[in-house]
Design a protein around this ligand. Structure first.
Ligand code: DAH
Length: 331
């Protein structure tokens, strides 16, 4: 019995080990029960009582140990006023913020400065000053959110509006990078959302050429997706650039060999770009006989999907902590 009182356990596991050692089917106490058969008949009563007493005492001792360990562990969770309040568990940056910061950072190193404009805009900055014809389909209710009773006030559908905001305040040289949220009247699905994020770039100076544009975009692609990344430009159309192009990068998942991600083409599209249309320069008070410029625009969700293969756009706005916790950033 003294031995029972001497049983000790510092953790729940140690207490459980004691239970197994003494009280389980093959435990020491049960082994005594088996030996009970060999006890002479006249001693059976006394020995039987002793074994039962021993079993009961061991059970009580182990249960007491278990309780003591559990309450000790719980006490550890309680408030300890002598502790300093640090480290505080910090949240993580949103994946779109991580990628936006990375894009802005790359262009900052190339001399671009941050510019921003309002999300609630007017038709002039979003469309007219950007050379959209009056009957351009993007102005349609299907694409653009209008403020009821003020048909001229809209939610910007692209960050190209910030180009106009910058040009009206500043003469060249202009070299800006403009991240922001944009809105489109789309049904929400895995592949489309009624709001998303873009980054616009604009460079206007004397003698800016398409070659400059191509070089800067190549540098960007290699910084963002790795030094082996290749780019290709395909002719396209945007009202505010002439000529216009869409840029693809070599698929960084298969290295350009072709996979299901790049639909077996080896290339994935990442942005639109072109030389600023002289009509846009003139509409915004810049002399198109002296200055030329280039512009580009990309979707941050798209770049993020390429980097992290997020399959469903809705994940970005659902604030599911399990999703958000998967992303970490250095700053
Ligand atoms: N504004 C375009 C869009 O939302 C993207 C874009 C294309 C921006 C070409 C540009 C550009 O500055 O040159 O789809």
């Amino acid at each position: 019995m003294q031995e029972v009182a001497a049983l000790k356990a510092a953790t729940a596991q140690e207490a459980e080990d004691l239970r197994i050692k003494y009280l389980s089917k093959k435990g020491i106490v049960n082994e005594l029960m088996t030996e009970f058969r060999n006890v002479p008949a006249e001693q059976k009563k006394e020995v039987g009582m002793k074994i039962n007493e021993l079993k009961q005492a061991t059970l009580e001792r182990i249960n007491a140990l278990k309780e003591a360990v559990a309450s000790q562990e719980q006490a550890g969770d309680d408030l300890d006023l002598t502790r300093t309040p640090y480290p505080v568990r910090l949240g993580t940056r949103h994946p779109l913020t991580i990628v936006k910061n990375e894009i802005v950072d790359i262009f900052s190193r190339l001399g671009f400065v941050l510019a921003e404009g309002p999300e609630v805009e007017d038709d002039w900055h979003v469309y007219s000053s950007m050379n959209f014809a009056d009957d351009h389909p993007a102005r349609d209710m299907q694409d653009t959110f209008f403020v009821e009773s003020h048909p001229d006030i809209i939610l910007r559908s692209h960050t190209s509006s910030v180009q106009a905001r910058v040009m009206e305040k500043q003469q060249p040289p202009i070299r800006v990078i403009c991240p922001g949220r944009v809105y489109r009247n789309e049904a929400i699905s895995a592949r489309a959302h009624c709001f998303f994020h873009q980054v616009e770039g604009l460079y206007i100076d004397k003698n800016v050429s398409f070659t400059d544009l191509k070089q800067v975009l190549l540098l960007f692609a290699q910084e963002m997706f790795g030094p082996d990344t290749k780019i290709r430009l395909r002719p396209s159309y945007f009202p505010f650039t002439e000529p216009s192009a869409e840029m693809d990068i070599s698929c960084h998942l298969c290295g350009g060999k072709g996979c299901s991600f790049c639909k077996h083409t080896g290339w994935v599209e990442i942005l639109g770009c072109g030389m600023v249309d002289p009509a846009v320069l003139e509409a915004n008070g810049i002399d198109s006989t002296q200055y030329t410029g280039y512009a580009f625009g990309m979707g941050i969700e798209r770049i993020t999907n390429l980097k992290y293969q997020v399959k469903d756009l809705r994940m970005f706005s659902e604030n599911d902590k399990r999703f958000l916790d998967e992303f970490t950033s250095a700053n």
